[in-house]
Ligand binder design. Structure first.
Ligand SMILES: *Cc1c(COP(=O)(O)O)cnc(C)c1O
Length: 417
């Protein structure tokens, strides 16, 4: 469900024609729908109605300040994985007591920043990290609220790069080590054990792996209780998938029902860290066709957006639907849709049937709201695209296009040159 639709063959975001946005900000550009963002957040929220829970939106999926501010206003917390994301969250007005800090490689300065800010809890992913947090908290005369991240060893059946809960992955601690780590944590004087956390992967399109993981973690909680370690927060991570192509992931209601059923009677407050399912279909990347060319074996449509703007197709062979901004009656063509970057991996779609396009036409790369802008880079010295948020018949540039000056910001030429 989203608010990108056609009126008289012109694509609109809510009540704004994309042509009007492009006239103002050019291409390539990200466009987000306020109504879709809000709808998805509230739908997810509602799926957990009736049980104590906190939604900590996953900042890494889309960390624009305006997006975070919107969720803050709806009562969201934030799942962060770096000091930079903590800074963004605080700037956007997310209360620190609703922020959870995950990630395998937290630096000491980041840990201190989070301790000083008063985040809800740290998800600890290794024994050494536990020791470091205890040490930092001691120095600051604080007690660090922590959960240990357990690796439940379930296969989420998603792309290997976004699957995180198998034994071979770097995330969390295996079931055996985690119990030992909890015992140590309980004995440390500057940490306070308050939770258990896990996250099995991303773009998961079935409920079974979530349910399996929860059963597994419930057993762990029972073991911990028997050791006198009580758990008040159960952090299930994120991972619920969306429809990019023909996937039919569970609706948040179905996901919520399955989780609550598997959870049974539990005094824990649930923490949920959805990212993609909230923002994925709420954003698109608008791009202009620069050239078309006929190769010997295939056709190419060369557009002005590239892998530096949206890396998912190159990195994960991810599918993004490509729709015309202005529909025409012409036949479709089969082509690779590629960007200007000097890499063969620079494509947005391969061997795809798309509308017949010519140089100058506009295309919308759909479902680009999650892991789109946040994964963008300046590769090939391409200024990053602007981000626009539409609200009914208005639109706002929530991040302006980078300039050439921005590209060299902070660089300097040493005197010996
Ligand atoms: C990436 C991540 C999420 C969000 O995942 P989605 O698939 O976008 O829902 C949540 N929690 C943790 C710890 C993550 O690493």
């Amino acid at each position: 469900m989203h608010h990108f639709h056609y009126r008289d063959n012109h694509m609109f975001c809510e009540d704004v024609p994309l042509l009007k946005i492009v006239e103002n900000v050019g291409t390539p550009s990200y466009v987000y729908s306020h109504a879709t963002l809000r709808h998805h957040f509230l739908t997810f929220q509602k799926a957990f109605e009736g049980v104590p829970h906190l939604i900590c939106f996953s900042a890494k999926s889309n960390s624009n300040l305006a997006v975070l501010k919107l969720f803050a206003g709806l009562g969201s917390g934030l799942d962060i994985v770096s000091g930079g994301e903590l800074f963004r969250g605080l700037q956007a007005g997310i209360p620190p007591e609703r922020i959870v800090y995950s990630g395998v490689g937290k630096r000491e300065d980041e840990i201190e920043y989070a301790l000083q800010s008063g985040v809800l809890m740290f998800s600890i992913e290794s024994f050494q990290e536990l020791e470091l947090i205890n040490h930092c908290a001691g120095r600051l005369k604080k007690k660090a609220p922590i959960a240990l991240r357990v690796n439940p060893d379930v296969d989420p059946k998603t792309h290997p790069y976004i699957s995180t809960g198998l034994k071979e992955h770097k995330f969390g601690l295996d079931t055996k080590s985690v119990v030992e780590a909890y015992k140590s944590a309980a004995a440390f004087s500057h940490v306070e054990v308050i939770g258990v956390s896990y996250h099995i992967g991303s773009q998961v399109t079935e409920v079974a792996p979530f349910v399996d993981a929860l059963h597994h973690v419930k057993e762990l909680i029972t073991t911990l209780e028997s050791l006198g370690i009580s758990i008040s927060y159960l952090d299930l991570g994120g991972g619920l998938g969306i429809t990019y192509d023909r996937e039919s992931p569970p609706h948040p209601n179905e996901y919520g029902r399955a989780i609550l059923e598997a959870l049974g009677d539990s005094p824990c407050t649930l923490i949920l860290e959805p990212g993609r399912v909230i923002v994925g279909n709420a954003g698109i990347l608008v791009t202009r066709v620069l050239y078309t060319k006929r190769g010997e074996t295939k056709d190419f449509v060369i557009v002005d957006a590239a892998m530096n703007d949206l890396v998912r197709p190159s990195l994960y062979k991810a599918y993004h639907a490509i729709e015309p901004v202005v529909r025409n009656e012409k036949d479709t063509i089969r082509a690779d849709v590629v960007g200007p970057i000097c890499e063969s991996a620079d494509f947005l779609a391969k061997d795809r049937e798309i509308p017949h396009v010519e140089a100058g036409d506009l295309l919308a790369v759909m479902s680009a709201g999650a892991y789109g802008f946040t994964m963008s880079s300046n590769y090939n010295s391409r200024p990053r695209a602007p981000e626009v948020m539409v609200n009914q018949d208005q639109f706002y540039v929530v991040r302006e296009r980078e300039s050439y000056e921005d590209l060299i910001k902070g660089e300097s030429i040493p005197p010996f040159l």
